[in-house]
Design a protein around this ligand. Structure first.
Ligand code: UDP
Ligand code: MG
Length: 329
């Protein structure tokens, strides 16, 4: 089944869709569902829960199927393999039918209790209402420092203003979801894409809790690649860097040439200079390799995008079958 073509996104959907990408989250899913139910029932709007199983290797799929059987508001999308969080999220957005869509992590680091505030922001007329962390509990100073540096760098390099301390936890109106669904690039830097589509947006401050259960799938290698993804998908500045580095070195070389020639004419030449020669050769070699590497990063992405493959394949899609306030048993 293809993702979007078969879906009817007409106005038959509920008011709110909650999209949850999940990779090996079997333990937390029932907890998440219980907390969402408590919050949503108080809110009293028709809603659906769209779970996305991103090729989990534990009992996540079975947990989703059980929730779907027990609660008609729960639907799930089973991807054909692990595609990564960004694509799993996109699959969820493609299958969500609500007038507004809320994205939340499965691990309960984003408090579902904030959803009424997000919805209130949407009712006020904002298209995107994102949750912004007030502080980060249970995270190392190194992760905090690298995150802060990254946001500053991104803002400098690309024109897009990324709100700091903001994850994927947010509410988006239908038109934002439609806009996002048109961005089918494979190198998906979601934070950037969210910001890039624009529309009026508003932040809601909250305190982020440590993970409820399970372990984080992030490590520094992944974070580095995430940062690389962000920079390369939103700015070509690193490519320009080579031009200016080359210009600066060329200028320096020209001045140095004049000095060497004049010095040789005045005092004759000596064959000394092995260390400086080595230094220059090694520096130039390094600069050239780095430049090639930067070009390679972009070329690789052009290659990947040029294949125009579908973003993901759906192994099975179970739509929520009862509309809104059908009884739970
Ligand atoms: N996730 C996913 N596919 C992956 C990795 C993660 O769908 O390949 C989901 C995961 O189940 C969770 C969310 O993405 O719901 C965030 O993942 P995690 O908690 O590991 O990231 P962090 O909170 O550290 O950013
Ligand atoms: Mg998490």
């Amino acid at each position: 089944m293809t993702a979007m073509a078969d879906l009817d996104l007409s106005d038959s959907g509920p008011t709110l869709s909650i999209v949850v990408p999940a990779y090996n989250e079997a333990e937390v899913l029932p907890l998440l569902h219980a907390r969402l139910c408590a919050v949503m029932e108080r809110l009293g709007e028709p809603w659906e829960l769209v779970l996305v199983n991103d090729g989990s290797t534990d009992g996540t799929l079975a947990a989703m199927a059980a929730l779907h059987r027990a609660d008609p508001r729960v639907g799930y999308v089973n991807l054909s393999r692990n595609f990564g969080k960004e694509i799993a999220l996109t699959a969820g957005l493609d299958h969500a039918r609500g007038e507004a869509v809320i994205v939340i992590d499965a691990d309960l680091q984003d408090p579902p209790e904030l959803i009424p505030d997000l919805v209130a922001g949407w009712r006020e007329g904002f298209d995107t209402v994102y949750a912004q962390r007030r502080q980060r509990e249970g995270e190392t100073w190194l992760k905090k420092a690298t995150a802060a540096g990254f946001y500053r760098l991104m803002q400098r390099l690309s024109g897009v203003r990324l709100p700091p301390d903001t994850g994927d936890f947010r509410l988006m109106s239908r038109r934002v979801v439609v806009a996002l669904s048109q961005l089918r690039e494979h190198h998906r830097f979601m934070k950037g894409l969210f910001a890039w589509v624009g529309y009026p947006s508003k932040a809601i401050l909250y305190d982020r809790a440590p993970r409820e259960a399970g372990t984080t799938k992030w490590n520094y290698w992944k974070l580095w690649n995430f940062a690389l993804e962000g920079i390369t998908s939103f700015t070509v500045m690193p490519l320009k860097l080579a031009t200016y580095l080359g210009l600066a070195i060329g200028l320096f070389a020209a001045v140095y040439l004049v000095i060497v020639v004049v010095k040789t004419l005045l005092v004759g030449s000596s064959v000394a200079g092995y260390p400086s020669l080595m230094a220059v050769v090694l520096f130039m070699g390094g600069a050239q390799l780095v430049t090639l590497g930067v070009m390679g990063e972009y070329l690789g992405r052009v290659f990947n995008e040029s294949k125009q493959r579908p973003l993901y394949f759906v192994e099975r899609y179970e739509a929520p079958d009862g509309e809104d306030d059908a009884d739970e048993d």
